[in-house]
Design a protein around this ligand. Sequence first.
Ligand SMILES: [Zn+2]
Length: 417
Amino acid sequence: MSMEVNGQRVLTSIQTLGKIGAIDGGGVCRLALTDADFEGRQKVIEWMKELGLEIRVDSIGNVVGRYLGCDPELPAIMMGSHIDTVRTGGLLDGNLGVLAGLEIVRCFVEADFRPERSIEVGFFTNEEGSRFSPDMMGSLVYMGKLALGDALAVRDADGISVAEELERLGLVGDAAVPGVLPHCFLELHIEQGPVLDKEGCAVGAVHSVQGISWQKLRIAGQSNHAGTTPMSMRRDAGLAAFRIASGVRELVTQLGGDMVGTVGHITLGPNLINVVPNHVEMTVDLRSPVSSQLQEAEVLFEALFRTICAEENVEVERERLVQLDPVEFDLELVERIEMAAKNRGLRCRRMVSGAGHDAQIFAEAVPAGMIFVPSIGGISHNVTESTADADVVAGCQLLLDIVLELASVSSASPDKK
Ligand SMILES: [Zn+2]
């Protein structure tokens, strides 16, 4: 059986959602649990209602719409992603996976097609983690990997908690967490990196996701007069931070492979031209698709910052923010994506995801798969993030082809493991 997505309809829905929280330069800012995020949610829920989906909302604000299959007892095929964005987000990151899911349901509704299995489209709260840490918070709670109470207690930089914002916006639903396990989970997403674009591939069949380690250091030294304090008598927290940042680059380069490391946030106190800094808060983001390499990087990083802080005679405190092991996706789904791409005449390559995604949270418990489409110039988390219309539509079509295969029980085998 074959069905065609309505490309123009998908592209229009992306533009429509992108108007909510729109910012200069063509991007969008819908940080998790802000008024703009709320408005985006309302729009998507309105579309779900138009399609007659059964909607459930859980206590962390995850929303799942269900298109009932012939056998409602069978676990559903779930498609999903997120609609929150970073402060300088584009229109596609996350949104594409949710809107593609809705387009597939629209095709089913239009064709009056009832698959054996129910089809679900979900969006998960605070995937980006820009406002509340950790990222992928909603899917972690959905899958029982983060306690609801711990997630609700997280506060943003202004001291506002997840619980307070959910309450204020009326986003607390009554669906239980952990949520109902689907038959399998599929996520269409932009690559957010340059590989597909550079290699001229239309599709990426993602076989694994890099492991992530996020840590925060608080360094305490002594603030003092920049003119009168001899260099040898300083306890300069800023200098320690800069040495650590530069050390991270060396450490990561030495480890090689696909290892990457970033110091993306540093605040200095008192942050004045003529005062030796006495306080630093800094973050480190380490990633690798290889578990043992990521562990080695963490050990080396700890040795690095402890040594430097001892040398600079400053105190250091480390807080672990996120620690996610590398994830492997279901090989059968990877092969299905490759086969579906071949059938549509699309160039496809297997690849690692450098970014974290909701699908990886599902991958341990149920077969999960991800389809990547190219990001022009590899740009993402940026207002200029974009993907050629044809690639967006091709990605949706592949998702539809695969869901059609999986939704009829006879051809669907992922849960027989
Ligand atoms: Zn995303």
